[in-house]
Design a protein around this ligand. Structure first.
Ligand code: ADE
Length: 197
């Protein structure tokens, strides 16, 4: 499965996915994660990616053209790529959504910054808008990481056995029972007898 992240801060993605389970999944070629710098798709000398909003108001808005060019570039490589804009205005991300997305072969995750993106990005350049919760982050980058992590672990082969993804807490919406390892006694809190026998 492939993930393209459209961002102004590609360096944010250099280390999180090198570790642990996702690092191994990348090594094995099960998933591929590429951070694409939106600024590389500007055409002007100053590589401008944002501008003041029409009608005034606070902050800056991300311009439509660099995002459009970046999206077109990704789409030209794979017309089936599914484009997601990470925004607090989007539909709330949950395990069911992670499962649906894991059946796709290629996701494009657009990360907004500043006061958001030009409305025409939302109208013309994305298939879906996703929020990871009712709070406002400084940008979509951390949200993209959350989505990539939750989706990747559902890709067959990424977890040790395909079973682990099915057995965990959310797959049947029941809470898993608590887990213990040694020691059996710790500060007055003991491992339940039934687990020791
Ligand atoms: N960008 C800023 N806040 C966000 C959120 N809660 N979810 C997704 N993208 C965001």
């Amino acid at each position: 499965m492939r993930f393209d992240i459209l961002t102004l801060f590609p360096a944010m993605f250099s280390s999180p996915f090198q570790e642990s389970i996702l690092g191994k999944a990348i090594e094995k070629g099960l998933i591929e994660i590429r951070a694409v710098n939106i600024r590389d798709f500007t055409l002007d000398k100053h590589r401008i990616v944002d501008d003041a909003p029409y009608g005034g108001g606070q902050g800056m808005v991300m311009k439509v053209e660099p995002i459009a060019r970046a999206m077109e570039w990704v789409k030209s490589q794979d017309s089936s790529a599914w484009r997601i804009y990470l925004t607090p205005q989007g539909r709330r991300f949950d395990q069911e959504k992670a499962r649906t997305l894991s059946s796709r072969s290629h996701l494009v995750l657009l990360c907004g910054r500043y006061e958001g993106v030009d409305e025409r990005v939302r109208e013309l350049l994305v298939d879906e808008e996703i929020s990871i919760g009712d709070y406002v982050l400084t940008g979509g980058e951390l949200a993209a990481m959350v989505v990539i992590d939750a989706v990747s672990r559902l890709v067959p082969g990424v977890l040790g056995s395909d079973q682990s993804a099915e057995e965990d807490s959310f797959s049947d919406f029941l809470l898993e029972y608590p887990q213990y390892t040694r020691p059996s006694h710790f500060k007055g809190k003991d491992v339940p007898e039934v687990l020791l026998s």
